[in-house]
Design a protein around this ligand. Structure first.
Ligand code: GTP
Ligand code: MG
Length: 239
């Protein structure tokens, strides 16, 4: 894993789990049930990528592809203030894109190369959530083949962007907290095997007491096993 750079999550525990933070040249998946904190982590990282390297950032910009309409500028404002960034600058450094359906979502990613070449400061691309449109538009077993085919194309484009432009890509995926769906076999989690063969780092997030969350890395031989606890506070992601 030579020459990868890291973006801090603002939780030392979570950074520790990830070997320093979210990695460039890699696709990272956050998966977990509703309210587990996937979207909050995405907000935090789209702020933190802008930090200088000595504070855990890449002096970079972010692309935030929002498929569910859950992005909040007010959260960016609060999080950026709290890490010492000017909120207006921080908001300007995020390219916000709302994907209204799966075709639109795919088209946005297909066109992204052009934007990244124009603005090489882009060091983070987020798709929150990567699965929701595909699940809604291609439900059930009868659509599994076409859903997987489209998802795989989309995911490989995200992986390729990460590798070509030395940036981090983050995808989120809502997974119901049903034991038969994933606690036994985490690889079954993602849209029914959909992401199974896609390279990258998968982080499972679980709700805990109050604002506490539990994260663990799944299927990453180069990272230590085990769980860490982090919190979602008014200021953002914290220990
Ligand atoms: P889905 O998209 O529904 O799958 O959930 P998610 O995993 O994206 O959850 P999200 O990141 O939206 O986390 C929601 C939780 O974050 C809430 O239940 C709150 O606990 C916390 N949260 C969200 N906004 C704020 C905020 O402004 N202040 C504080 N203190 N906590 C917040
Ligand atoms: Mg969300």
């Amino acid at each position: 894993r030579m020459n990868t750079k890291k973006i801090t999550t603002s939780s030392q525990a979570l950074d520790g789990l990830l070997g320093g933070g979210i990695e460039t040249r890699t696709m990272t998946e956050f998966f977990g049930e509703f309210g587990s904190g996937k979207t909050q982590l995405c907000h935090q990282l789209s702020v933190n990528v802008q930090l200088p390297p000595e504070k855990g950032g890449l002096n970079g910009k972010a692309v935030y592809i929002d498929t569910e309409g859950t992005f909040r500028w007010e959260r960016i404002e609060a999080m950026s203030k709290s890490v010492g960034l000017d909120p207006d600058t921080a908001m300007n450094n995020i390219y916000y894109m709302r994907a209204i359906n799966s075709d639109h979502q795919m088209a946005i990613v297909e066109d992204l190369q052009e934007l990244i070449v124009k603005d090489p400061a882009i060091k983070l691309v987020i798709v929150d959530s990567v699965t929701s449109h595909f699940r809604a538009e291609y439900p059930g077993r009868e659509n599994l083949a076409v859903r997987q085919q489209k998802m795989n194309k989309h995911l490989h484009q995200l992986v390729r962007l990460a590798e070509m432009y030395d940036l981090a890509t983050i995808i989120t995926n809502q997974v119901m907290a049903r034991p038969d769906m994933f606690y036994g076999d985490p690889t079954v989690a993602v849209g029914g095997h959909t992401l199974y063969h896609v390279p990258g780092i998968r982080i499972q997030i679980k709700k805990s007491r109050g604002n506490k969350r539990i994260a663990r890395v799944v299927d990453a031989p180069h990272l230590p096993e085990g769980e860490v606890v982090f919190a979602i506070t008014e200021e953002g992601v914290r220990d």
